[in-house]
Write a protein of this length. Structure first.
Length: 472
């Protein structure tokens, strides 16, 4: 980053901090303590720093903690309390488990076998990539690792099979279609499992702070029907809105054959990975009956991989993504939790409740959902979106008469599904967009069109499915 650009960002942060502090001194609303506004000022400055990115996210998180301690807003023990939360460790353990998929080549082998089966048509090829994403989502909590580390390289190699220097438009149409499908699949699958991306456990934690418990199985079950329907319909709709120029090709199965030949026979590490995969999924669904939390199950799976030497402890130490997420995620959960404890969330809820007074509950929920969804145009991170808005909107949903558990689930799904709007809304979006097959205008147009489709699917099928599940 250029020094001048860095100083501009730092100056913006400083001005924001001074502005927030001035507002607190001059016009702090009645009914809130000084501690509440101290927490808010540090929180909003931290969020701005995460968006402006003058320093890495982990460094910003550590600055947030020291600011809380040095201003006597929180004690050191309170500032570090987020790192002891089991939800944090669920994400970290899931990162370590994902090393097994990538290191053994197990994820790539699944993908290439599916391409071999259904990859003769461009549409079939897109469904093969969607299925792979869906199968890997419960185990890889980083959309960058899953989308960028496994799906994207495979999709990119397949896109090259359509490359034609004399007909650039042909290459762009096919490449654009595949990349857009892969990205939208990344969005959908990330919303279907708590362990599919790091932002989801944050929503679980914020819901738990107000007494709403969301288990891994309840989340997956609630998202199952609308999620599967979205995965089925999404490629078809994109096929209509942005049809590929070449609809059939024999080159994709040929590429898959070559890649499988390079991978060789199934290794014992892959067999252990498969068995561990099945054990973890089973226990995530039924483990609560034996008192096993999702975090305990993830740790068990990791220990199996460590003992069998599929994953080495050195791999864990070298996983910068996991430890970086541990620092910034733990800090965000800590500061977000204290926002609720000091009464700020309740105060904002009361003010918004007053603004929406007199409007029917159904209309209120619709208005709140639309605002919550499309405000993601202003966010480059689902985690930031959740940290800033989730607690307030959860209180408003519940205040409007929506059952608490369903309110938390709907907001969680909205938080992730809205990431498909832009080319910066999810950490994997710049990877797929950066392939260069589609213009920004087209990417945004398709993102908005799919947002309408998702809204219809999740509203109609979701509401019926949730009724069957007894969530409302």
């Amino acid at each position: 980053m250029k020094p001048a650009h860095l100083w501009k960002k730092n100056l913006t942060l400083l001005m924001l901090f001074i502005f927030a502090a001035t507002i607190w001194k001059i016009a702090a609303p009645v009914g809130l303590t000084d501690k509440a506004w101290h927490v808010f000022i540090i929180f909003i400055t931290t969020i701005a720093a995460l968006v402006l990115n003058p320093l890495p996210m982990g460094a910003v998180a550590l600055l947030c903690i020291i600011a809380c301690v040095l201003t006597n807003t929180l004690s050191l023990a309170e500032g570090l309390s987020g790192f002891s939360d089991s939800i944090i460790w669920l994400v970290v353990f899931a990162f370590f488990l994902s090393n097994g998929f990538i290191k053994t080549g197990f994820g790539s082998r699944i993908a290439y076998h599916l391409i071999l089966l259904v990859g003769k048509s461009t549409l079939g090829l897109s469904y093969a990539l969607v299925i792979v994403d869906f199968m890997l989502a419960p185990f890889i909590p980083s959309v960058s690792a899953r989308g960028g580390g496994i799906i994207f390289p495979i999709a990119q190699s397949l896109c090259k099979s359509y490359t034609d220097e004399t007909h650039i438009g042909v290459s762009a149409r096919n490449g654009g279609f595949l990349m857009k499908v892969c990205f939208q699949s990344n969005v959908i699958t990330s919303s279907m499992f708590i362990t599919a991306m790091a932002a989801n456990p944050l929503a679980v934690k914020l819901a738990l702070d107000v007494g709403i418990e969301i288990s891994w199985s309840i989340w997956a079950l609630a998202a199952l029907v609308p999620g599967i329907l979205s995965l089925i319909l999404m490629p078809l709709i994109l096929y209509y809105l942005h049809p590929p120029a070449i609809k059939f090709s024999t080159s994709a199965p040929q590429i898959a054959k070559e890649k499988l030949r390079e991978l060789g026979g199934v290794s014992w590490q892959e067999i252990i990975m498969l068995i561990t995969f099945m054990i973890i999924i089973f226990l995530w669904i039924y483990g609560s009956q034996w008192g096993l939390s999702a975090t305990t199950v993830a740790l068990l799976g990791l220990c199996i991989l460590l003992v069998s030497r599929v994953v080495h402890f050195e791999d864990i130490l070298a996983d910068k993504g996991a430890w970086n997420t541990f620092i910034w995620f733990g800090t965000l959960m800590m500061i977000s939790g204290f926002l609720a404890q000091v009464g700020l969330i309740s105060w904002v809820r009361d003010k918004l409740d007053y603004s929406l007074f007199g409007i029917s509950p159904t209309i209120t929920i619709i208005i709140l959902s639309i605002i919550y969804f499309y405000i993601h145009y202003f966010f480059a991170s689902a985690t930031t979106h959740i940290a800033v808005l989730f607690p307030t909107f959860l209180a408003l949903f519940i205040g409007s008469g929506m059952p608490p558990l369903l309110s938390a689930l709907i907001l969680s799904f909205l938080s992730i599904m809205s990431s498909g709007l832009t080319h910066y809304g999810l950490s994997s979006s710049p990877i797929f967009f950066g392939a260069g097959y589609m213009s920004t205008k087209t990417w945004w147009y398709l993102g908005f069109a799919m947002s309408i489709v998702y809204s219809i699917i999740w509203t109609l099928s979701g509401s019926l499915w949730w009724k069957v599940l007894g969530l409302w």
